[in-house]
Ligand binder design. Structure first.
Ligand code: ADP
Ligand code: MG
Length: 221
């Protein structure tokens, strides 16, 4: 079978395949030699299952994600819709921070807020994991996602902390990409985020982000 490899990630290989007459993208988690076989098998199975589950949950929430066609927990692969898109990160690496880029960040924030409002942590919400197809944003790469199992509440410190860790991943990626404009970008992202969640939750999560960052600052001194 001919395979066109489109990406080799840290833990998965992504390739195109003709499947039942359809060009699909296969994300396959390959064994890691440095892990014990049983543990490796367990981790690959867990991540494949939680990735597929989170994608399906996200689409039920109205968040655009690639369609899931098939989940194979023997070979650890997900067959999904192939999106011919451009990752948001490309717009941030080159080009100016214009109204279009800001509106993309706003939408990205809204989608993360929607996920969080349902108690789902994405795990790696960076602009590399947003694909843009004809001006429409898709959220991808749910391999590190987690389920809180309930909607977050303002008194649930553990849940708020986990949401904040997710947001901090976004913030750090923006700082790495655009040190000078990261505040403006994150503010726009957070605006969108706040629209999708109840306001008191969004404010609390942001307080936790500030706390995490203070802790990190003290730790590296
Ligand atoms: N459904 C898809 N359609 C098109 N390209 C995709 C799709 N899913 C992933 N990709 C591309 O493959 C890359 C790696 O996929 P990703 O799921 O992010 O895996 P990793 O965990 O290795 O980051 C993405 O950054 C994106 O460019
Ligand atoms: Mg990725």
């Amino acid at each position: 079978m001919r395979r066109e490899v489109i990406a080799i990630g840290a833990e998965a290989i992504l390739y195109l395949e003709n499947w039942l007459g359809l060009t699909v993208l296969v994300k396959e988690r390959v064994p890691k030699g440095y892990r014990r076989v049983e543990l490796d098998y367990y981790i690959r199975k867990l991540r494949t299952a939680s990735e597929a589950r989170a994608m399906i949950r996200a689409s039920m929430l109205g968040i655009p994600v690639p369609r899931v066609y098939d989940v194979d927990l023997v070979n650890m692969r997900i067959r999904m819709e192939y999106l011919r898109g451009t990752p948001l990160v490309k717009f941030l690496i080159s080009g100016s921070v214009n109204a279009q880029v800001l509106s993309y960040l706003h939408t990205m924030g809204k989608y993360l807020g929607l996920l969080h409002s349902d108690g789902i942590i994405h795990g790696d919400p960076t602009p590399a994991n947003i694909l843009i197809v004809n001006d429409k944003l898709y959220l991808i790469d749910f391999g590190l996602s987690e389920f809180l199992g309930r909607r977050p509440r303002t008194n649930d410190v553990r849940a708020l902390y986990k949401l904040a860790v997710d947001l901090n991943v976004t913030l750090r990626s923006l700082e790495a990409l655009r040190k000078d404009q990261s505040k403006e970008l994150f503010n726009e992202f957070f605006q969108g985020y706040s629209e999708a969640l109840s306001n008191d939750i969004a404010v609390r999560v942001r307080q936790f982000v500030d706390r995490i960052r203070k802790m990190v600052r003290y730790a590296v001194r």
